[in-house]
Design a protein around this ligand. Structure first.
Ligand code: PGU
Length: 467
């Protein structure tokens, strides 16, 4: 029989974020921002409902855990798909969940140029000392140049605050913390739909967000009017999160004239554009073409945020290499913003990892290796375009219903947004062993030419036979 003991706990302890906000509290009052979300003590502190005000005591069995109040978290909608895929023993199984490039043999791919540079790094016997908080200087230089173009006045005039981040996600999270700290009244507008983790990032940073219309299921295209109306209706000075290229999950990007109109409106409303660039060079095969949207905004002299990732274009998924860039209207503002980004990074993770930063800096810094990278990027983008075409051809050949599948060819990047609903997507997995996210997104980077016909059969069955 379990013996009983009494446990004493300090009650009403503020949540971790509340204690962070205390730094900025006024006259000792705890200031929690109204994010429109429930982050009350009741939600976070399982003991908060206890009546006692100073200290609480509770009686617990020794076998009971202090963590019994913590519920099981749901699996991640994207990374959880890979876990389910691993557990499936069927030979037919296909992982089109996570956006990660695979070869035609459906194997993970390490770029040749990365292997070369890693060998060079090993030969040089470089040390593993801490990086500065802002990351590797040579990386920060080349990453901003790749994004804006080396000749861009924003670079020449030192108007960009660049810090190395923990890939795209970590860079977005840093920026979210900057918004929370210095723009307490602002909210972030995100596209509907968007990459699933965007909402988590802003929720955890306690930055309120709302959605703007983006995808029109009727046309399986961009709802440009809806997008414009929602950005217009947002309070002045909002941050507008935009996907630099290859919108995730839809694969639908505004055309250049639409980008101009979006920029006009953002300027008019005094909003701050916030680009997430996770696919530069990977969407079209060209680093410059895929940065056109960001450069268009920068050329207007606008202040903007840009998060970058090297997960896809250099295949450095697990090295966690990316950057956060803030373009300011003066070098002085950029220096101050950078100092604050460092201040946010220091207690979060102190300083970033060096390996991926050295790979990027060495690849971009050597003209021959840089060219080799571009060729490999074109090859990867080309393989994805080929499977996109073959999937479309297979759907047209097999589907006798007359349905127009041409939207698949109009989408760009590594994903296709099939238009399958949740039940249909579940049929893809349960019946056909095709693993994908429940929003109907498939990663074409995980598809081979050999599997296109099988996938077409699965899509046609799910679309027509499941409601
Ligand atoms: N932003 C967008 C638009 C993305 O699609 C991704 C990755 C990221 C940022 C972050 O990538 P980092 O690896 O942190 O640089 N999205 C992929 C990868 C899996 C995931 O959800 O993290 C995806 O499958 O959507």
């Amino acid at each position: 029989m379990a013996s009983l003991l009494s446990v004493s706990l300090t009650s009403a302890s503020p949540s971790p974020s509340a204690s962070l906000s205390t730094q900025e509290s006024h006259k000792g009052k705890l200031k929690l921002r109204n994010s429109g979300l429930s982050f009350t003590n009741e939600k976070i502190n399982p003991f908060a409902n206890e009546k006692s005000s100073g200290r609480i005591s509770m009686v617990a069995a020794v076998n009971a855990s202090r963590f019994d109040g913590i519920a099981m978290a749901p699996p991640d909608p994207i990374l959880g798909v890979s876990e389910a895929f691993k557990a499936d023993t069927s030979e037919l199984k296909l992982n089109l969940g996570v956006g990660a490039y695979r070869t035609e043999e459906l194997q993970p791919y390490v770029l040749n140029v990365v292997k070369k540079v890693e060998n060079l790094m090993l030969e040089r016997g470089e040390n593993k000392e801490y990086l500065p908080i802002e990351g590797l200087a040579a990386f920060n230089k080349v990453t901003a140049e790749l994004l804006f173009g080396a000749d861009n006045p924003v670079i020449k005039e030192q108007k960009v605050a660049t810090v190395q981040g923990l890939s795209g996600t970590g860079s977005l999270r840093l920026a979210a913390a900057l918004i929370e700290r210095y723009f307490p009244e602002a909210k972030v507008l995100i596209s509907s739909p968007t990459w699933g983790n965007h909402k988590n990032i802003f929720n955890d940073a306690r930055v309120p967000w709302s959605e703007y219309r983006y995808y029109d299921p009727k046309t399986v295209g961009l709802d440009f009017e809806g997008m414009i109306a929602d950005i217009k209706a947002a309070p002045e000075g909002s941050f507008v999160l935009l996907h630099g290229c290859a919108h995730n999950p839809t694969g639908i990007d505004p055309i250049p004239e639409q980008w101009e109109k979006i920029a006009d409106l953002i300027q008019e409303k005094n909003h701050i554009p916030f680009f997430d660039v996770a696919y530069q060079g990977f969407a079209s095969g060209s680093l410059d073409a895929d940065a056109a949207s960001v450069r268009l905004f920068a050329a207007r002299g606008m202040e903007l945020f840009v998060a970058q990732s090297y997960s896809k274009n250099l295949g450095l998924y697990s090295e966690r290499i990316g950057a956060m860039n803030v373009v300011c209207t003066s070098a002085g503002a950029a220096a101050r913003v950078k100092s604050q980004l460092k201040r946010i990074a220091r207690p979060m993770y102190s300083n970033p990892p060096i390996h991926g930063a050295r790979i990027v800096a060495n690849v971009v810094g050597d003209p021959a290796l840089f060219n080799e990278w571009k060729a490999e990027m074109e090859m990867m983008a080309g393989r994805i375009k080929n499977v996109r075409q073959k999937l479309y051809d297979s759907l047209c050949a097999k589907d006798k219903s007359g349905k127009d599948w041409s939207f698949i060819l109009e989408q760009i990047g590594m994903f296709s947004f099939t238009g399958l609903n949740q039940t249909q997507s579940e049929n893809m997995t349960n019946k056909w062993h095709v693993y994908m996210t429940k929003d109907g997104r498939i990663s074409l980077a995980g598809l081979s030419l050999a599997k296109c016909e099988y996938l077409a059969d699965a899509i046609i069955d799910s679309f027509h036979n499941v409601s």
